[in-house]
Design a protein around this ligand. Structure first.
Ligand SMILES: [Zn+2]
Length: 465
């Protein structure tokens, strides 16, 4: 009796249910059924791991159950449905059982014995009765397998240890727990070649296929926590945010020696991260010198970036002495108060909450953990000039925001704007690039709603590409 395709698909769906049972038991998801006269008389889901049994393949289990039901080791008149092309063992078992027909879903190019690697059913000497029907719901069957292995790779990656290099230090994760306005757990990465095995903290939130991805790069001496007030609005817009802590800062590993830090190294790590995550339609959200590092990445791969929002970013050639002095103090004085400095950067009117003080100090709290601060004046010197062409291109496309620090400490917004105009005189004509309130003052860094305004400004619907 020939059955039409819909009947085969019906039973294959039931076999897929068995495959999903296997997946839920952390077994490779293969499911099988034995059907006789339109009735399911045997079921099996792959379970060699849980049964400690190398023969506990879905097909074998389904054959066993069917034979019990029939009270006969011959399964004549039966059809076996299986989501994956059977192996040699199962194909052999089916021949022994004399099933009429085997119907499988996805091909198995490495171990398949019904046509892929070999075809046990094609030898007339050993097979007189079993027909093979291939590719029923093949895509669905293959997708169940692919999803399972993808999930398993992810889980494995999450569990992968990131051993601490002997030339690096690691902060205690608990020191960063339960911070106000900060609930995002990082993905840990040590797989980027430039990291040389260091563990990097990267917050990655929002959908992978979002219309915009915000690459948030903090400056010294901060970490990703600097973006805590902006993330909720960016995520609420359905966008993706990527917030790395640069090595030596925040929760990422810290090289012991300040000479490990170089501008080129930080740029390379960020570039490798952008490539590893295959980020596209990226807006660089750069804070302080993190903005300069991010601009170098964008200059290397401009096709991945659509623009930049630069907060308190300075053209270093025009950097005033007072700002330079600030970083030199941080480099020289072991007692330099990071939390107080970050309070200045964020221009807190109120004294910082104790938990915020903890957030800023946690990265540098222990002796020897200040190599990044020591290195930073030199890192600034090593940074190449601004990618003027790219910046002007973004400005013309209205894809550039330049925003002063909220505070006049250590330098005023007017000094900052003058520095930018010295570096890029054409910006004089680019009114839209300056983030200003209707009253003409430069927008405070933490003011409410600014991230929503950024979403409106940079979102694809408002932008002609
Ligand atoms: Zn098998």
């Amino acid at each position: 009796m020939e059955l039409d395709a819909s009947v085969h698909e019906h039973f294959m769906r039931l076999a897929l249910d068995q495959a999903r049972v296997a997946a839920s038991c952390a077994e490779v998801p293969v499911g099988a059924l034995v059907v006789k006269d339109g009735q399911v008389i045997g079921r099996g889901h792959n379970s060699p791991l849980s049964a400690n049994d190398p023969t506990a393949h879905a097909e074998v289990l389904a054959l066993r159950e069917a034979a019990q039901v029939l009270g006969n080791y011959r399964l004549e008149g039966c059809t076996l449905y299986v989501t994956l092309e059977p192996c040699t063992m199962c194909s052999g078992a089916m021949l022994h059982a004399r099933v009429d027909r085997v119907v499988y879903g996805a091909a198995e190019p490495r171990t398949g014995a019904a046509g892929s690697v070999l075809n046990v059913f094609a030898y007339p000497e050993i097979n007189h009765q079993t027909q093979v029907l291939r590719g029923v719901l093949a895509d669905e069957c293959a997708a169940v397998m692919a999803e399972f292995f993808q999930q398993r790779r992810k889980e494995k990656k999450a569990l992968e240890p990131h051993p601490l290099r002997d030339w690096a230090l690691r902060n205690v994760d608990a020191d960063f727990a339960d911070l106000p306005h900060w609930s995002w757990q990082p993905d840990w990465r040590s797989d980027l070649p430039a990291l040389q095995g260091l563990r990097l903290a990267v917050v990655d939130q929002g959908p992978a296929d979002a219309a915009l991805t915000w690459l948030c790069v903090h400056g010294s001496p901060g970490w990703g926590y600097q973006f805590r007030n902006l993330l909720p609005e960016l995520l609420a817009a359905g966008h993706r945010v990527i917030v790395p802590d640069l090595p030596g800062f925040g929760r990422s590993d810290q090289p012991k020696k300040d000479r490990q830090h170089s501008a080129q190294w930080h740029v390379q790590i960020l570039a490798e991260l952008v490539q590893a995550l295959d980020l596209r339609s990226v807006v660089l959200l750069g804070q302080g010198d993190g903005g300069l590092l991010g601009l170098q990445v964008a200059a290397q791969m401009p096709q991945r970036f659509v623009g930049a929002w630069l907060k308190d970013v300075w053209p270093l050639a025009q950097q005033p002495d007072s700002r330079l002095h600030w970083f030199e103090q941080a480099a020289r004085k072991p007692s330099w108060n990071v939390a107080r400095a970050m309070g200045q950067v964020e221009a807190q009117v109120e004294p910082a909450e104790p938990e915020e003080v903890r957030a800023w100090n946690a990265a540098f709290a222990k002796p020897g953990h200040r190599a990044a601060l020591k290195a930073w004046p030199r890192v600034q010197q090593e940074l190449p000039g601004l990618p003027a062409g790219l910046l002007m291109q973004w400005a013309q496309q209205r894809h550039l925001w330049l925003q002063a620090a909220e505070t006049a400490q250590p330098v005023s917004a007017a000094q900052w704007q003058t520095a930018w105009l010295q570096a890029l005189p054409q910006l004089t004509l680019m009114d839209a690039a300056w983030r200003q309130t209707p009253h003409g003052s430069l927008v405070p860094a933490q003011s409410q709603g600014i991230a929503a305004a950024a979403v409106e400004y940079f979102a694809p619907s408002s932008v002609a590409r």
